[in-house]
Design a protein around this ligand. Structure first.
Ligand code: NAP
Length: 292
């Protein structure tokens, strides 16, 4: 399994950063707290916070620019939101044209106050995606030193393969958690393993729903997770992360908490290897049925 962009075993997700309402100093403390733990990769997208998060991060980074050398910056492009920051967008849509990808990368670089991205992902598969044009765009961005590695997010295997045949991708960023099992069964994780990709996992805690949602499924799952966490003397966050990490593709989970102790609990999962029975117990609690 490869990790060419050198991502850390746990990645810090910046999606919610604007919601936290922090000062630049508080944002810097979050960045430094993660770095000090060994969470050195930060996951962004042009659209996060209605196109505001990258600049909030860059503003904090500007307080201590030397930190850039200690981190990997990941961003995404390809979605055009209807937002006050983009008054010309009349309908939410996807755009993987050379013009949009280039403009988005330049915007990310300026906002993050950096001269290169370590990894750029296409955020969602675009029905109008021209594989040749996109591969050429990636190649040019690499030649210019603006982006080191490329990948995709939320693609089906048949959408990833044609792009990967044209230009070597580094990873696939996907949703996986005990409340989102699809990639275990739809071929996405099989493809990651086959290609030697270590998938980046978004919302490994189901965006907090593991702890807070109170549907029948979530309550059943939570009961099992809490019982197992007590048996294993770990936190539910550590247990859920260990469940994600147990996949042979060697996933890289992206945690989205404002609290550094959540990243710490996720890192602790490296020391907890679940056996097959423990892993399937969580799967069974989630689905509400035993395997056939
Ligand atoms: N590629 C894509 O399409 C895509 C889509 C979505 C996200 N992402 C990436 O993935 C990253 C992670 O996503 P995520 O934020 O959904 O991940 P997550 O780690 O599953 O969820 C984080 C959320 O869970 C809450 N939480 C954590 N522990 C909790 C607890 N014990 N009790 C209650 N709530 C708790 C956090 O709140 P606190 O802050 O209060 O701890 C936070 O709001 C994002 O930042 C983004 O970078 C990518």
């Amino acid at each position: 399994m490869h990790n060419p962009a050198g991502l850390s075993p746990v990645v810090a997700g910046a999606w919610r950063l604007a919601e936290w309402g922090w000062t630049p100093q508080q944002r810097l403390a979050w960045i430094e707290g993660n770095l000090d733990l060994g969470v050195t990769s930060f996951d962004h997208a042009d659209i996060y916070g209605g196109y505001s998060v990258e600049a909030l991060f860059g503003e904090a980074l500007a307080l201590r620019p030397a930190l850039r050398a200690r981190m990997q910056l990941v961003s995404k492009c390809g979605i055009r939101l209807v937002a006050p920051a983009r008054p010309d967008h009349q309908v939410k849509h996807y755009d993987t044209s050379v013009a949009h990808v280039r403009a988005s990368v330049e915007h990310s670089l300026r906002s993050l106050r950096t001269d290169h991205l370590d990894l750029l992902l296409i955020h969602r598969p675009d029905a109008l995606m021209d594989f040749d044009e996109l591969a050429d765009t990636f190649e040019a961005l690499r030649r210019e030193g603006k982006v080191r590695f490329f990948g995709v997010s939320n693609f089906a295997p048949h959408q990833l393969a044609p792009l990967h045949r044209r230009i070597a991708l580094a990873t696939h960023q996907i949703e996986l958690s005990p409340l989102h099992l699809d990639p275990l069964h739809d071929g996405v994780l099989d493809q990651c393993q086959d290609l030697g990709f270590r998938p980046m996992i978004w919302s490994p805690l189901a965006g907090g729903r593991i702890f807070t949602a109170d549907g029948e499924r979530e309550r059943r799952l939570r009961q099992t997770l809490e019982a197992m966490a007590a048996e294993l003397a770990v936190s539910v966050t550590t247990l859920v992360t260990a469940w994600v990490l147990r996949h042979p593709s060697r996933p890289l989970p992206i945690l989205g908490s404002r609290r550094i102790e959540v990243a710490q609990a996720a890192l602790a999962a490296a020391a907890l290897r679940l056996d097959a029975q423990q892993w399937w117990r969580i799967w069974t609690a989630s689905t509400g049925q035993e395997v056939p």
